[in-house]
Design a protein around this ligand. Structure first.
Ligand SMILES: Nc1ncnc2c1ncn2[C@@H]1O[C@H](COP(=O)(O)OP(=O)(O)OP(=O)(O)O)[C@@H](O)[C@H]1O
Length: 497
């Protein structure tokens, strides 16, 4: 189906006690929308100068810019303005700590985009250093020793407006998240199948919830089926349900996720883990919008919108033969990639404040994190993304810790020598058992343990085979091709002394 196309479906309704694991009903809508005003070339941008300097009379404005609101308030016109010490800037600041052209403000869709033009000391938005970020209304921008309050934009004296800083439970002020919000919003209006890709903890599940809540199906059910369940039979049962007697222990009929989601949205989480043998059956169900319960040949029509998520690259899985191409194309109608947190440090502050607001008073052993602490956190690599940030903030509050007291994790992306300890991999405790680190959550911890095990295992096999891949593969019972792929994934050298 073409991107954005509407799938037409038929309906049947069922209800079921005892939902499968991770299948649940969506909660009430919780979002507040921010108004967006369309950009106009003559858009006006109101800036209030708050600097320590006495800029009265010293503020120079050029090119369609006029003074407004007294000596310290200026209105800048045009979709893009430059700010700095240089005479050519739209707003000239006589501050020796400011660079010639320090900052660019751009009006986009009624929002103010703040771009560091390479100014000395950088650009600070609400106390967080940014390279390129959208500002909330009334945000304060710091450059050199000067500070500016962005009063908002408008053509006819409209109220200040801003970009969407959240969609459903997803928060984000960075341009990357703004693009995600725009895509999700557009996709939500259709019945098109959506594939969400992104590292663990980047908010794929929240994105699926937002898609459902923003869609015409919001009144229906959002059903989640975790395709990484332990056995293929269990996943099959969670997807398609069963009739009485279908297998030992099937003492009653049970609808699966497809039927549970009828009239609503079916969220296939961890789709990259779906066993190969189940993939043709899922493809058929998606194509025909009909399923048969396990143990039955009677097709049942279902009216569902499909959203799938994975923290793998499905295209790569297809290339490596672990995922069927036909199912991939059926799922990849609208693809939305959730960016990792390290690529959008501008979002850390909003996320920290949001997490702090949700903390129960009893678990707050310290004051809210200071701007310096938030700045420190925004420089970390966060391999577990927002989930890891949440855990860290909760931990800091619970234990009364400060950002400097908590170790900075190493990015998982950086390939370390295979013998070096991997981040998040448990060390051995006094009892010889691995020390469990709960702070990063189950999935990430499990993944990192598995990765570490695989790496050690393969490295040892290679070492014993003196780096001969064919021999190593033979000795551990895997194909040469598979071992080559694993070597590349773990950045192991094929010939190790
Ligand atoms: N943009 C965001 N705004 C607010 N909270 C977020 C955001 N992204 C993630 N979170 C929070 O981080 C945690 C993990 O989010 P979520 O489960 O949606 O991630 P995921 O990508 O589905 O992870 P996984 O692949 O491990 O299942 C949750 O507590 C969620 O509320």
């Amino acid at each position: 189906m073409a991107p954005g196309a509407i799938e037409s479906l038929s309906m049947s309704t069922t209800s079921s006690p005892g939902l499968p694991r991770r299948v649940r009903r969506a909660g009430p809508r919780s979002e507040t929308r921010l108004k967006c005003v369309a950009a106009a070339p003559e858009a006006r941008l109101c800036v209030e100068i708050l600097g320590e300097h006495d800029t009265t009379g010293g503020v120079g404005v050029t090119g369609g810019v006029g003074a407004a609101g007294g000596a310290r308030g200026v209105v800048l016109t045009g979709p893009e303005v430059t700010i700095g010490r240089g005479a050519g800037c739209s707003l000239v600041l006589p501050d020796p700590t400011v660079s010639e052209v320090h900052l660019v403000l751009r009006v986009e869709d009624g929002a103010i985009r703040v771009i560091d033009a390479g100014g000395r000391g950088g650009v600070w938005l609400d106390g967080v250093r940014v390279r390129d970020a959208y500002a909330r209304p009334d945000a304060v921008v710091g450059l050199g020793r000067s500070r500016l309050r962005l009063r908002g934009v408008g053509d006819e004296g409209e109220a200040p407006s801003g970009p969407r800083s959240r969609l459903g439970g997803l928060l984000g002020v960075s341009p990357a998240m703004q693009r995600v919000f725009a895509l999700l919003e557009r996709a939500a209006r259709t019945d098109a199948t959506v594939l969400l890709e992104g590292e663990t903890g980047t908010g794929k599940e929240l994105a699926a919830q937002a898609l459902h809540e923003e869609s015409p199906r919001a009144g229906g059910v959002l059903q989640v089926v975790d395709c990484s369940a332990l056995s293929a039979t269990m996943i099959e049962d969670m997807l398609f349900g069963h009739v009485r007697g279908a297998f030992t222990g099937a003492i009653a009929e049970h609808p699966g996720g497809f039927e549970e989601a009828d009239g609503g949205t079916l969220f296939l989480d961890e789709i990259g883990e779906l066993p190969l043998e189940l993939q043709p059956k899922l493809l058929r169900a998606i194509e025909t919008r009909a399923i048969c319960r396990l143990g039955s040949n009677v097709p049942r029509r279902v009216d569902v919108r499909i959203v799938a998520a994975t923290n793998r690259s499905l295209a790569r899985e297809v290339a490596e033969g672990r995922f069927r191409a036909d199912l991939y194309y059926r799922l990849n109608v609208v693809r939305v990639e959730l960016p990792p947190l390290r690529e959008r440090p501008e979002d850390v502050q909003a996320l920290v404040r949001h997490i702090e607001e949700g903390l129960p008073a009893a678990s707050q052993a310290r004051a809210p994190l200071s701007e310096d602490e938030v700045d420190l956190l925004s420089r970390r690599p966060w391999p577990g993304n927002v989930r890891e940030l949440r855990n860290e903030v909760v931990r800091m509050h619970a234990l009364g810790l400060h950002a400097l007291e908590t170790p900075t994790p190493t990015p998982t992306k950086a390939p370390a020598a295979w013998s070096a300890p991997r981040p998040g991999v448990a060390e051995t405790g006094e009892d010889g058992e691995p020390v469990v680190d709960l702070s990063m959550g189950f999935r990430l911890a499990r993944q990192q343990q598995l990765d570490a095990f695989e790496r050690r295992f393969l490295a040892e096999a290679l070492r014993r085979a003196h780096g001969n891949v064919s021999l190593a593969a033979q000795s551990i019972g895997v194909s040469r091709k598979l071992l080559h792929r694993a070597i590349a994934r773990h950045a192991l050298r094929e010939v190790d002394p």
